[in-house]
Ligand binder design. Structure first.
Ligand code: MG
Length: 273
């Protein structure tokens, strides 16, 4: 894979052949795969999926985790429903995360990523210490397969995320850096955050957005280049820190508008790389 290879976030869904066809039509060499359907986690259909991927010629750089019951409606809802932080669903979601790690391993994919939820900033919080233990278990599971686990940015400040990573203290705990999320959640300037988290960055989302206008609300996602990230300075900073991984376009809408925005993003990124 070439440095800064372009890619797109891909929901594989129930029709993986159609999904990969779209990526080939866009002319992109890489994808990050969204949370796979349950049937694949149960160990069925992997062979067929592997063949579809092989035929497409596309490299999967990361598989993402997702969980039933998650909602990104607003910040209190994210806090209550997303990732491994909510205690009631933690055990089942940890089990699913490990199943996704094994699924990714079966496809030959080294990186698995997730939003794990709002990590408490206070180290003395019992939840912080429990999450450190949970994350060590997940990292060790991935490490046994030679894989990394990547934390999607946004819900915490970069300093809080860095502190959590240092507490977990596992060499295969990395970051999937989403500059738009830093803005959408009001978690701090993405370029400063990238400077701080740089040594841990394993994947990147090319996404844009505007700052929240009201308390407890998220900001608004925009087409790449139309939000507050400053994509030109973001790409310049990635080069400055020596990042050579993929650049994965993420546009969280659907239909024709999504396709047009992705095509425009490809053009913009090519001009900046
Ligand atoms: Mg993202």
């Amino acid at each position: 894979m070439k440095p800064l290879s372009l890619g797109v976030m891909l929901g594989v869904g129930e029709e993986p052949r159609e999904s990969f066809k779209k990526v080939v039509e866009l002319g992109l060499p890489t994808v990050q795969m969204g949370c796979p359907p349950e049937k694949y986690l149960a160990g069925r259909g992997w062979g067929e999926l592997k063949e579809i991927i092989r035929q497409s010629g596309v490299t999967i750089t990361t598989v993402f985790c997702g969980f039933a019951g998650e909602s990104y409606a607003d910040i209190p809802t994210v806090r209550r429903t997303v990732g491994l932080v909510p205690p009631d669903t933690r055990a089942e979601r940890v089990a699913k995360t490990k199943a996704i790690i094994d699924f990714a391993h079966a496809l030959g994919v080294k990186d698995v990523a997730a939003h794990i939820g709002f990590i408490p900033e206070d180290e003395s919080d019992a939840d912080f210490q429990e999450l450190v233990q949970v994350m060590r278990g997940i990292c060790d599971h991935a490490d046994a397969n030679g894989q990394n686990f990547c934390l999607e940015t946004g819900q915490e400040t970069a300093a809080a995320l860095l502190n959590f990573i240092e507490n977990v203290d596992r060499p295969n705990l990395k970051v999937n850096f989403d500059p738009a999320n830093m803005i959408l959640y009001g978690s701090g300037d993405p370029i400063d955050a990238l400077e701080l988290l740089g040594p841990y960055v394993e994947g990147v989302h090319a996404k844009d957005g505007t700052w929240p206008k009201e308390k407890d609300k998220l900001g608004s996602e925009t087409p790449l280049g139309k939000g507050d990230v400053g994509i030109d300075r973001f790409i310049a900073k990635l080069k400055e820190i020596g990042y050579t991984g993929p650049l994965t376009i993420e546009r969280e809408i659907s239909g024709e508008r999504q396709k047009q925005d992705i095509l425009a993003a490809i053009g913009l990124l090519k001009s900046l790389i």
